[in-house]
Design a protein around this ligand. Structure first.
Ligand code: GLU
Length: 483
């Protein structure tokens, strides 16, 4: 683990252990080499532009507690800079900066016109009441706003580990109270509840994006062959780590829509294994009721959850946190395809080993970009002050109805109901969000494939994704110049 430093001091590289930031940097440097990038541009691109550390007091149950939080802006070649805020008992400046860097590359890969940012608050949210969490979140947000690290045009947070709609609603409201004159106040944060300016489909977006990425991989027989995979996603044996917002939606969709077999679920308190598949929805209900995966009747429980990463499977999906596949377990990883739903789950040196073994990895900066993609849709929706589909839905319906009438009168036959319904249905916001997300993931995959074809020696998806990102970001530096 790279982030054992709970005091928030930066982890520096040593020979045996490199920080999360260094791990990301080393991976990106492979792309610099391929592109023969000007060293000055490379240095400018890697540098984290600014990081603020905040220590702020909050009165909790009559006692004052001081909290520590960070917001790092890695890049601002596009504005606003974008990225989640995580609440965790272990988070530090290096981690936040590494995650901010990943946001920069992620946005470039999926053509989302944002810079990269990330925030973190050192807190165990399970230890506080909802009222206290609200107080803490509002104070943190107010400090960020005052210091210029939160606004619709400069820096727009979103959910991440330990945060969700609830926190985003508090943040949005705090901003609105401080800036009631800003007509675009709702765009100061994404991942809000729909009733407060959020967009339909944002909560499931990262998990759904993961699934769209996997489906696209399965549409490329050459890529499948390299990974030693055949056939369709149906029946593929999947191990997933983390049943949080990302892992839950990814696993559920893979099981319910693609008929994949989820043979193991790894959580904080252990792992559940069942070779015949675990029903994700019923497991989720069990977790909601009992707060643990323990005691779930339809699978075998093992206390040593981490060891389940080593199970033989077709697809391994780490969807929890960084540094899960490291030098310590990489030699025992027994899968054909790793799909990085989490940020940074494979360390640099583990990645080198997996590459040399020819294990295919779909990298984080591509795979989990669905979250920020739909955040982009939400931000645009907020700026345009209108729900997607509101103007055209009934018009499309009427046109569909005319089409059916025309077809039926020419053919003198009645169309089956399901075709009628499909033709007549105008797209609502959720349809459009899903369509935009699918399109984004497919287009990005195409760009990764082209980068692999065009650059000799770039065979793996991670280097390809950084080649794509670095090229785009470098252009914005060279076109505009550095002053
Ligand atoms: N926290 C998510 C991520 O790591 C979403 C960021 C966003 O939507 O801005 O990609």
């Amino acid at each position: 683990m790279t982030n054992l430093n709970i005091k928030g001091l930066k982890n520096k590289s040593t020979h045996s252990h490199i920080s999360f930031s260094d791990s990301v940097n080393h991976m990106v440097e492979r792309a610099f080499k391929v592109l023969n990038l000007d060293p000055g541009i490379a240095e400018a691109m890697q540098a984290c532009n600014s990081t603020i550390q905040l220590k702020f007091p909050v009165e909790i149950d009559g006692k004052i507690e001081v909290f520590t939080g960070w917001r790092a802006t890695h890049s601002s070649h596009r504005l606003p800079s974008k990225g989640g805020i995580r609440y965790a008992p272990i988070v530090n400046q290096d981690e936040v900066e590494a995650l901010a860097a990943l946001m920069t590359y992620k946005c470039a890969i999926v053509d989302v016109p944002f810079g990269g940012s990330k925030g973190g608050l050192l807190i165990d949210p399970t230890k506080y009441s909802s009222e206290s969490m609200q107080k803490i979140t509002r104070t943190f947000a107010r400090e960020l706003i005052r210091k210029g690290f939160l606004s619709p045009s400069i820096n727009v947070p979103a959910p991440d580990m330990g945060t969700g709609e609830r926190e985003m609603a508090w943040i949005a409201d705090t901003y609105k109270q401080l800036h009631p004159e800003d007509v675009n106040h709702a765009a100061c944060v994404t991942g809000k509840p729909v009733a407060h300016g959020g967009i339909r489909g944002r909560t499931e977006a990262t998990g759904r994006g993961v699934v769209y990425a996997i489906r696209e991989f399965f549409r490329h027989p050459g890529d499948m062959k390299k990974a030693n995979l055949k056939g369709s996603l149906g029946g593929k044996r999947i191990v997933i780590q983390g049943l949080g917002n990302v892992g839950y939606h990814a696993a559920k969709l893979l099981q319910e829509e693609d008929e994949a077999l989820i043979i193991a679920v790894i959580e904080r308190d252990g792992a559940l294994i069942n070779d015949n598949g675990i029903v994700i929805e019923s497991l989720k209900q069990h977790i909601n009721e009992h707060g643990t995966i323990k005691g779930y009747p339809d699978a075998t429980f093992t206390e040593n959850g981490h060891s389940a990463l080593e199970l033989q499977c077709d697809i391994l999906i780490p969807a929890a946190m960084e540094a899960q596949i490291t030098d310590a377990n990489v030699d025992r990883i027994n899968t054909k395809l790793i799909v990085e739903a989490a940020n940074g789950p494979v360390t640099f040196s583990a990645d080198e080993k997996l590459r040399s073994r020819g294990v295919t990895i779909l990298p984080d900066a591509y795979v989990n970009a669905g979250g920020v993609t739909v955040s982009y849709f939400e931000w645009v929706r907020n700026l345009s002050h209108i729900r997607f589909g509101r103007m055209e839905r009934r018009f499309d319906e009427a046109r569909g109805q005319h089409l059916i009438t025309a077809m039926e009168s020419v053919s003198q036959k009645q169309l089956p109901d399901w075709i009628r319904n499909e033709i007549v249905r105008g797209a609502d916001e959720l349809d459009l969000v899903r369509s935009g997300l699918d399109d984004t993931m497919r287009l990005a995959y195409k760009e990764l494939s082209e980068a692999r074809m065009e650059n000799p020696g770039v065979d793996d998806f991670r280097t390809a994704s950084y080649v794509v990102a670095v090229k785009k970001i470098a252009r914005s530096y060279t076109d505009i110049g550095v002053y």
